[in-house]
Write a new protein. Structure first.
Length: 256
């Protein structure tokens, strides 16, 4: 069991009573997904207000809201499974709003850095934009791979890790009154998310090559002539008593 599975089990123990209450109240997974999306919009609002006022405290509150919205992101899938309401549209709805949520919150952070109006803010705005690109590409490569029937969950910076890094570093920035906490989080996401995207591409390339080689091997065996074993000189040499049978099979194979 890896660390993600262990943490998931711990979180499920915590949220299962909430999930059961939601089922009794007839709350659907799609509603929970939408609530999480609204939470990320509110967090982005805090980031934008922080950019206008250059308030580090508001960055901390935004991080806390992102963390709370991330719990809703976990609860929607759990609710769908426990209530038996999983659906293809629900998966599409969840995936789409996840992308919107992440881009909106990172946009608010990017805007904060650009509003700092100094050299650090300029470069950190670029880094945050790179984090946005990496976040989208990690999800895109996985979706494209699964469309090709390839499981693709490898990498170091998947969505749960990105949410935690963004939320925790934003909260530390607010608590410590030091913007370098959030800057470090954006650098970490920008580097590891883009590495994860290319890691997934390499993973898919390896899987596709193995599949192609296996298909060629199966195709070669299926197209091998039925009399090829009889034409093998090694078989006739190892079994001299069957040499006449080998000759008969060869002659028979030459007949129209």
């Amino acid at each position: 069991m890896n660390y993600r599975d262990f943490l998931q089990k711990v979180i499920y123990v915590i949220i299962n009573p909430i999930i059961k209450a939601m089922i009794r109240l007839h709350i659907t997974p799609n509603i929970v997904t939408f609530i999480g999306f609204i939470g990320n919009i509110v967090a982005a609002g805090f980031f934008i207000e922080a950019a206008l006022t250059q308030s580090l405290e508001l960055l901390g509150w935004g991080g806390l809201i992102i963390l709370a919205a991330g719990l809703f992101d976990m609860m929607d899938g759990r609710l769908a499974r426990m209530s038996g309401k999983s659906s293809l549209f629900g998966a599409l709805w969840d995936s789409t709003l996840d992308r919107y949520s992440e881009l909106i919150s990172l946009f608010g952070i990017c805007l904060y850095f650009l509003r700092m109006q100094d050299e650090m803010g300029f470069w950190m705005g670029i880094v945050t934009f790179a984090a946005m690109i990496g976040s989208v590409m990690v999800s895109y490569v996985r979706a494209r791979a699964e469309g090709l029937d390839i499981e693709c969950k490898v990498g170091l910076m998947q969505r749960p890790e990105r949410v935690v890094v963004t939320a925790v570093t934003a909260m530390l920035t607010g608590c410590m009154a030091d913007i370098w906490w959030l800057a470090g989080g954006m650098i970490l996401i920008a580097v590891l998310a883009n590495i994860t995207a290319f890691w997934r591409i390499a993973h898919c390339y390896i899987v596709m090559n193995k599949k192609r080689q296996n298909d060629k091997f199966v195709s070669h065996r299926s197209l091998r002539p039925a009399h090829s074993m009889a034409e093998d000189p090694q078989i006739c040499t190892l079994f001299p008593a069957m040499a006449h049978l080998c000759r008969d099979i060869r002659l028979h194979a030459l007949l129209p």
